[in-house]
Design a protein around this ligand. Structure first.
Ligand code: GLU
Ligand code: MG
Length: 451
């Protein structure tokens, strides 16, 4: 080990010891989008510093319902992979003060593993770099806060969008979540009670793509961990109550050349540069297949409905909350400076979701795809023939449809690589088979605490 590494290791050890840390959680997010971790005791840090902890390769073969290997993934319980810490992501956990966490890259046979989701995102970022682009992103999370009742669970409030009563009711837990996010270097931007009872939204600042995905892991962990301390259940599950707003996790993106945000161009359609137009066109072109990665659970498709602002239409619009891609305007120029994919939820593995969106966008840029005109009305109010004329086709209405599109999409499958594509699709397929006939109440029993 060189001196620099030795010093870093010693500094980290000292810092963690002084902070009273007993365990370091080495985190990964699997093909079922469950965040998992094995932890090592702090006294054994020198042993784990470079190699992390090992898991069976079968971890990437598990569906969301239970820990059982899906054979069609091509994986078996034979073979070991290593969760190698990326120490730049080390955080002590304010809501679990004797634990720290670190995000990992998964290695096998001494090299980055083809089934590591973080590796996939890194490759997508590298492809963007090759095209001269840097991607910045933020995941905008909505979640429900629920309390236990004699009959099960119930929302913490019965308020509506941006209700100040909702703010008063949930203030202790929201303040605590905010402090814990900031303590972990996630800059909180805005907060409001969302439409659903007990539903809230907290947005954090955008950052480089890899860090944005890492932060999505920490965000989910933090909200759930803090809620638990307050005796509450927090859930990002896409649709918990059939008749209430779903939980979106809209993906905000901007394209940069060095320090220059290249999204705006006042001469372009909608004030967008040609590159960002083509990038968005690429997302829309691949969206039916992308949905297997951005809205990957069986439950996701209950959320994607017209008039629920959930990105149900394969189109784009300026400040149009019913379009899959919304281009939000700024108060003053430059405007717009970013765009938002609404057909996305927090049951998505953030590395796979963001990586595949980048791949789709770059395909649009490479092919110089045209974006066409924005939709200036609520597409849900158009009659079907009008939508047809405008080329606004329906998006998949079930996970099975999205999987079929992904199976036929060589751009995304090639980018994922044969092994990751096989395992990911097999896990999606297993979830579809197991859950396709379930009522929403049965889905809630399984998914509420997973996401
Ligand atoms: N709850 C909506 C969704 O499912 C989003 C509402 C909003 O635009 O913030 O995506
Ligand atoms: Mg919202």
């Amino acid at each position: 080990m060189n001196d620099k590494n030795q010093n870093l290791q010693e500094d980290i050890f000292k810092h963690l010891k002084e902070s009273g840390i007993k365990f370091v959680r080495v985190l990964f997010c699997d093909n079922a989008n469950i965040i998992r971790s094995k932890a090592f005791h702090i006294d054994l840090l020198p042993e784990h510093f470079h190699t992390g902890v090992s898991i069976t390769v079968a971890q990437q073969a598990l569906p969301v319902m239970y820990d059982a290997v899906i054979p069609e993934t091509g994986l078996t319980p034979v073979g070991e992979a290593w969760l190698v810490p990326d120490w730049s992501t080390l955080r002590t956990l304010p809501y679990a003060p004797t634990h720290a966490s670190v995000v990992s890259d998964i290695f096998k046979d001494g090299t980055p593993w083809s089934l590591c989701p973080r590796r996939f995102l890194k490759q997508a970022i590298a492809s963007a770099e090759k095209a001269g682009l840097q991607i910045k992103a933020a995941f905008e999370n909505e979640f429900y806060l629920l309390k236990s009742t004699p009959d099960g669970i119930a929302p913490t409030d019965d308020t509506v969008f941006a209700s100040t009563l909702g703010m008063d009711i949930n203030r202790p837990v929201i303040d605590d979540i905010t402090d814990c996010l900031i303590a972990q270097k996630m800059q909180v931007e805005r907060y409001h009670p969302e439409s659903g009872p007990g539903q809230n939204e907290i947005s954090i600042r955008y950052t480089d793509a890899l860090q944005a995905a890492d932060r999505q892991i920490s965000f989910r962990e933090t909200v759930r961990g803090v809620a638990l301390k307050h005796g509450l259940t927090a859930s990002f599950m896409p649709k918990i109550f059939a008749d209430q707003a779903g939980n979106g996790c809209h993906l905000h993106l901007s394209l940069w050349e060095g320090e220059q945000n290249i999204v705006p161009d006042s001469d372009g359609i909608g004030g967008l540069s040609k590159t960002s137009q083509s990038f968005i066109a690429g997302i829309l072109e691949h969206l039916p297949a992308l949905m297997a990665l951005t809205t990957p659970s069986v439950n996701s498709y209950r959320r994607i409905r017209p008039h629920f602002w959930s990105g149900a239409f394969r189109t784009w619009g300026l400040d149009n909350r019913e379009a899959a891609v919304r281009v939000p305007s700024n108060f003053a120029p430059p405007s717009p400076t970013h765009f938002e994919l609404k057909t996305s939820d927090a049951s998505a593995n953030p590395y796979l979701a963001l990586g595949s969106v980048i791949v789709a966008g770059l395909d649009g840029v490479n092919r110089g795809l045209d974006l066409g005109e924005p939709v200036r009305v609520d597409p849900g109010n158009m009659i079907p023939t009008e939508r047809e004329v405008r080329g606004i086709d329906a998006l998949p209405s079930s996970l099975a449809e999205a999987i079929a599109h992904l199976n036929n999409n060589d751009v995304l499958k090639n980018a994922l690589g044969a092994e990751l594509a096989q395992a990911f699709i097999a896990v999606r397929q297993a979830e579809w088979e197991a859950m396709k006939d379930m009522e929403i109440e049965e889905e809630v029993k399984i998914l509420l605490s997973r996401y």
